[in-house]
Design a protein around this ligand. Structure first.
Ligand SMILES: C[S@@+](CC[C@H](N)C(=O)[O-])C[C@H]1O[C@@H](n2cnc3c(N)ncnc32)[C@H](O)[C@@H]1O
Length: 194
């Protein structure tokens, strides 16, 4: 398996937030032990061939496969047309400035019949919780590197014409003291639905 990982360079439209990046790595290390490592195994299970993971630079070094890191942004993936057997989106759709543009790119780089695997935190299906998260979302985005905690990742995939076949929904708390938030983990095919 070859994994191509797209890491976003600093640019006029993207300013890294080093404080959040450091905090994210600290929380992620704890979250891995609380179940995230198992989620990632499920996300990647049985993938083979060329896999493009969008925004994965932080975890790339730990993977036991050949990895190529390419600088680029999700709305212009530095990957050839129809060259990927799978595209992986892991905890990244919340931060994308233009999810629809990224999903158009996903279509472009996937070979016919290629897979999309996704693992995202999303808007809660319970209305009261969802509205409460909506209220804190603007502040959260400022503190957390542009993360929008209330996006509907599955809806975005479906609206982009990506055929979602498996979705597992669950609550996950990355760290003791943080309440569980809604997550989805699933599989899709990159066919354009008409
Ligand atoms: C919360 S981190 C998730 C990292 C990793 N995918 C994971 O599963 O732990 C969000 C990632 O999205 C990346 N990102 C944000 N905006 C991006 C963009 N426009 N293009 C590509 N990657 C982007 C960030 O650089 C960061 O690595």
């Amino acid at each position: 398996m070859l994994s191509v990982e797209v890491a976003v360079p600093e640019s006029a439209s993207f300013r890294p937030n080093p404080r959040f990046a450091k905090a994210y790595l600290r929380v992620a290390a704890k979250a891995e032990a609380r179940g995230m490592a198992e989620h990632r195994r499920e996300l990647l299970a049985d993938l083979a061939g060329a896999v493009c993971e969008v925004g994965a630079a932080g975890v790339a070094r730990a993977a036991p496969v050949r990895i190529e890191v390419r600088e680029g942004t999700a709305d212009m993936l530095p990957v050839e047309d129809a060259s990927c057997d799978a595209v992986v989106l892991s905890l990244v759709m919340c931060t994308l400035p233009d999810p629809a543009a990224t999903l158009a790119e996903v279509h472009r780089v996937l070979r016919p019949g290629g897979q999309v695997r996704f693992y995202e935190h999303v808007r809660d299906v319970h209305r009261v919780v969802a509205v409460a998260v909506d209220l804190v979302a603007p502040i959260w985005a400022r503190l957390a590197g542009g993360c929008h905690p209330n996006r509907d990742a599955v809806g975005a995939l479906t609206s982009a014409g990506i055929d979602v076949s498996v979705v597992r929904r669950f609550g996950f708390s990355p760290q003791r003291g943080i309440p569980p938030t809604a997550h989805v983990l699933g599989r899709a095919r990159g066919v354009l639905l008409t």
